[in-house]
Design a protein around this ligand. Structure first.
Ligand code: BT5
Length: 323
């Protein structure tokens, strides 16, 4: 009954707030009631939970712990921008896979993996990517973008991610410039942006996003034990990873269109409301440059200006900030 799985799943997913009768599913898809029943059994075997009530029908109540290929296909099908998806149980890093896949297709696409054995942050730092707990993905955007514009990409993306986290979980997500999202001064998300193109323009933006969704605080070891959190740890509510993924895609697609058509100044006010570094004296490190001071201005090109105790202004393109 695998051949009806994605059609039935689609009906159940889009109507998940209600019950759908076996009769109705059978009629909609022009298949037999037995085929519906067998497919429902298959869905249960594959980790979906369905509540079934006599005279009302079926309702999708829970999703498999691991990413399900058909569910991911269904979500990507709704996307107006991303055309393909590559979903894995385990990869080294979705960034590395994305770079390989870029050679095979010119279309925008998404790579998601349950586990990353060598997930990476900036400067080749380790990114902790535990199975079934988070969303480890890379989004590849295909578009010619002038070089001077790229520094603002992270600003649009971070706002999109923070908004999604707030909407789906209710947690008060904050942006830590340039590429982190925090809840209660602990990191729940980091992303990194790589580019490729030629001397005159960028052609591809390869954005790797890692979001801790359903970790317990005790899942984080060593330095992360005091630095990291997840949406569930912050709110006490388990996150439906599919719903989160779906909402994130919608939000980052919109943010990408804004990045292309608008200036950072158009979203600056909203961005500043989400930022967690203002009015705080913090330590900024960029390469060998270390400054203790207060952020005083965010430039329209994405640079941050920090004032130290002597009143000297320092410009940062990207920095590690200690909260
Ligand atoms: C980042 O780097 O925050 C970017 C992380 C991007 C990860 C995604 S996952 C999908 C895609 N595939 C990849 O291989 N990478 C991307 P950075 O600002 O350099 O921060 C790295 C630091 O964050 C580490 O040194 C740790 O201190 C901390 N860290 C590592 N794993 C974490 C986690 N799961 N949650 C919170 N903090 C973490």
């Amino acid at each position: 009954m695998a051949k009806y799985k994605s059609d039935i799943l689609e009906l159940l997913y889009h109507n998940r707030s209600t019950y759908l009768s076996g009769q109705m599913i059978a009629e909609q898809l022009s298949i037999s009631r037995t085929a519906v029943w067998k497919t429902i059994e298959l869905l249960k075997q594959q980790g979906f939970s369905l509540s079934s009530v006599q005279n009302k029908g079926y309702q999708l109540t829970r999703f498999p712990e691991e990413w399900d290929q058909d569910m991911m296909a269904l979500i990507i099908k709704q996307s107006s921008y991303f055309k393909k998806r590559f979903v894995y149980k385990e990869v080294t890093s979705t960034q590395l896979v994305a770079k390989e896949k870029m050679l095979e297709t010119d279309e925008p696409f998404i790579v998601v993996s349950e586990v990353q054995t060598a997930g990476r942050g900036r400067f080749n730092r380790n990114w902790d990517s535990q199975g079934s707990k988070g969303l480890w993905m890379t989004a590849v955007f295909r578009k010619e973008v002038p070089l001077h514009k790229i520094m603002t990409f992270n600003l649009f993306m971070s706002l999109a991610i923070a908004k999604t986290i707030r909407r789906v979980s209710g947690a008060e997500a904050k942006i830590k410039w340039p590429n982190d999202i925090y809840i209660d001064d602990r990191k729940c998300c980091g992303f990194l942006t790589e580019i490729s193109g030629d001397a005159s323009a960028i052609q591809n933006i390869i954005c790797g996003i890692g979001i801790n969704l359903n970790h317990e605080l005790s899942d984080f070891q060593d330095e992360l034990a005091v630095k990291a959190t997840s949406l569930m740890a912050a709110t006490g509510q388990k996150i439906n990873r599919y719903q989160f993924f779906e909402e994130l895609l919608t939000e980052i697609e919109e943010a990408f269109q804004q990045f292309i058509t608008l200036e950072f100044s158009d979203i600056k006010e909203e961005y500043m409301q989400y930022s967690n570094i203002w009015q705080r004296k913090l330590r900024y490190t960029e390469g060998k440059k270390v400054v203790e001071g207060t952020a005083v201005e965010m430039m329209d090109d994405g640079r941050l200006i920090v004032q130290d105790d002597e009143g000297t202004l320092h410009h940062f393109i990207s920095a590690d900030i200690e909260l």
